[in-house]
Design a protein around this ligand. Sequence first.
Ligand code: ADP
Length: 255
Amino acid sequence: MSEPIVKFQDVHKSFGDVKVLKGIDLEIKPAEKVAVIGPSGSGKTTIIRMLMTLEEPTAGDIIVGDQNLWKMEKNGNMIEANDKHLREIRGDIGMVFQHFNLFPHMTILENCMTAPIHVKKESKESARKHSIEMLEKVGLGDKLDNYPSQLSGGQKQRVAMARALVMRPKVMLFDEVTSALDPELVGEVLEVIRDIAKDGEMAMILVTHEMDFALDVADKVLFLDEGVIAEQGTASDVIEHSKNERLQSFLKRFR
Ligand code: ADP
């Protein structure tokens, strides 16, 4: 059995008096695709944001690879990984946001080339070659010199994916990547994620409201509710066969 690439150990998160996460234990194996579902406000994005070090857990440990990203000391203080480890961990994690976050003044090729050149110190030629490869993979090989403003929302989201893939992350985080899109553009973006998932090597954490998509792509589904993982299992176990009443009533909204 391979070691987990991401591990949460009894992770808690409060905002002021509001306890959002109340003890999350989670292991994600290399190449595993995990969908996170749950009501709005259940803490799905908070889980992703802690992995991106955009939020600090209130308690618990988060481990990426063999490094502690967040570690709780015996006295309860939270320690973040040191700068060197943080750089390594950040290199292992890619993210696609709900709102694309592309650089508007750069062409889509430049959008993809920036991080490999500046963060990974790749040569311009190698970054260019790899970026073109990834843009072709997401079906945008004919748009290299376009600016984000010239693209549809679905195309922008596909650029955001190519930009994350160029960094060759071990884990990709997708936070409701289709929820800001017009309904007719959702399919093309999900199709690209399915395609990336088939390549197999990367672990993926997908926060999504697309249940058919989760059924299709996810090896494991987590139902987050009232601060805990209230149900987990194969996509079919959780989405089609669970007896959990809160989960059933949550799922009813998508039928
Ligand atoms: P989800 O992604 O499941 O909709 P979130 O992780 O975005 O849930 O949010 C979980 C809860 O934490 C919500 O009640 C939200 O209002 C609260 N929350 C998230 N971020 C902050 C913040 N920076 N300050 C205060 N409350 C926050």
